[in-house]
Structures are given as structure tokens and as C-alpha cells.
Design a protein. Sequence first.
Length: 330
Amino acid sequence: MTMGRAPARLVLLGTGGTIASTAGRASQLTDYAVTEGIEAMLAAVPGAEALGAIRCEQVFNVDSRRFSTARVLRLARRIDTLLRDPAVDGVVVTHGTDTLEETAFFLHLTIRHPKPVVLVGAMRPGSALSADGPLNLYNALLVARDPLSRDCGILVAMNDSILAARHIAKGHTTRVDAFRAEGPGTLGGISDGTVRILQRPALPATAAFPLKGLRGLPAVDILYDHQDAGEHLYQAAIEAGAAGIVVAGLGNGSLSPAAIRGCARARRHGIQCVRASRVPHGEVTAKATDARDGILASHGLNPQQARTLLRLALATGLDTDAIRMALKDA
Ligand code: SIN
């Protein structure tokens, strides 16, 4: 609800993406560049000033394909610090949509706080006909200021939906309804200025990794499996010094003969291997042969989520059994 409450104190963190981009023509929906700072983006949202005291911070201003570990850690630490500030009621982060799900899942695994954290992006640049950024941003601010959004974990507000970071994935390359959330991931929506939370995450976060002490994250590669796959990419990952490999496997995480041989070779070098799936929906279930092969099932995590969890698990020194449990419980 938006009426009759003390003004919220929100911090709006800008990181770039299409929501911060403009193109030469209104009909141009691709080939644009990040041009707008976070203050200008907020100023372009009519009515935002009525939503509370909103402080803008530009953390960086890049396409999300340029997000590095250092940038994700910097953003996560800034959010963590802001949430601990009693003068802040909630945080909104503008983000490119291409890797938004990776940052969102990283925050899901590392940040625990009842205050709302809402990630938001846009599929069309600010200069476009029917740009979706201003309404998405307005909605994200509504969600962040609403007490109903507390204790819901990291949220994503896109295209009138309120989605749980644990469950989101980009499911379309260009449409404004690009983000989908598996099963319980759609927590609610925003309709004509009203925030509705229809369900809360039932699972407590079991795989929480502390940000404190994290200096960097080990390299984990995702290798895409397919018919007639070769072993050479596994050798390349070994030679590049990967600490982990996630295979975007087939079906229920089954692996081609080359992927099985590649993982066996990687295991001999002490590299942790995880079987995920290139199929967008469904779990990758554990198999009796996993223990023999030293490969772990990703369970409900897609390849990029499994990679994020594996990096955190390796950085915090979890052994194989603990990583197995963390994947199962995430
Ligand atoms: C990006 O991810 O930075 C570009 C694409 C987008 O934001 O939609």
C-alpha cells in the first residue's frame, strides 16, 4: 500500500545496464550505450519524489556483461553496510538484465537482513518508445518502501512482478516480460501503485556465506555439454587453473562420454565438478554414480547459480560433503 505512512528512507544504487542506456532513435531497441547516471534516471520517474527520501549512489555504471567478481563484491558490501544503517529502510539496485540473475543469487547467498533489497532493470533503453525502465524503477521503489516486503529475501521487480532472487532467470532475449521465476518464485506483483505480496519464501536460506573475509572468489568454469562433445575444454579449464567446473549437462544432468572423462580428469587435479542442466526447468537429481565419479548434482540450481554457490563454497573452504549439502539445500 502507498498511502498514509511515514516517508521511507531509501537508497538507490546505480550500476548501469539498459535501464541506464539511451539510443539515437526512439524506435532503436538494440545497440545502445550506458549514458545515464542514477540521479538522472530517478529524475525521469514522475512521482518518485513522493515515495520517500531517496538518496542516490552511483556504484559504477556499466553493462552487466562487464560485472566482475570485484564489482559484485563491492556492490554486495555496500548493500550490507546500508542495511545495517538504522537510517535506511530499504535499498533498490538498478542493474543490467543480462547478468542480473547472477548478482541477485550472489546477494541471496550472502546477505541476510529483514529490510527489502530490490533489484530492477529494463529491457528497453530510456530513449525507446514504451521504455519500461521508469515504471519498473517506480515499482521497485514502491516495493522497497513497503513493510510487506520485509523478510522476503532479495527481490527483483520487473514488469509488474515481484520475484524471488533464488528463483529467477532471464527467459527471453528482448521482451519486457523477459524474467521468469520457477514455481514459488513469483511472490507477488505491483498493480496501479499497490504492492501485493501473495506468498513468502517458505525455505529458510540454508547456504548462507559470510561476506566478511571474502577477498575474491576462485575461478569456476561452466562447460556446455552436447552431442559429440570434446574433452579439450576440460583440459583448458584445468590448465587455466579452475577450482571448479559446472557442466551444463543434458536432460536430468546426464553427461556425454567426453564430459564424464573430462570431469574425471579434472577431479584428478582436485577440481570440484558439478552436474547442472542446460534444460531451463526442473531439478538435477543425485545419482548412485555421483559418489564414484566425484561429481555433485546441482539439484534446483541452474548452471550459473551452481557456479555462484560453488565459488562461495570453495572460497569459504567447504569440503565436498558440505558442498553437496549446500547444493541440495540452496
Ligand atoms: C545489460 O545487461 O547491461 C544489458 C542488457 C539489459 O540491461 O537489458
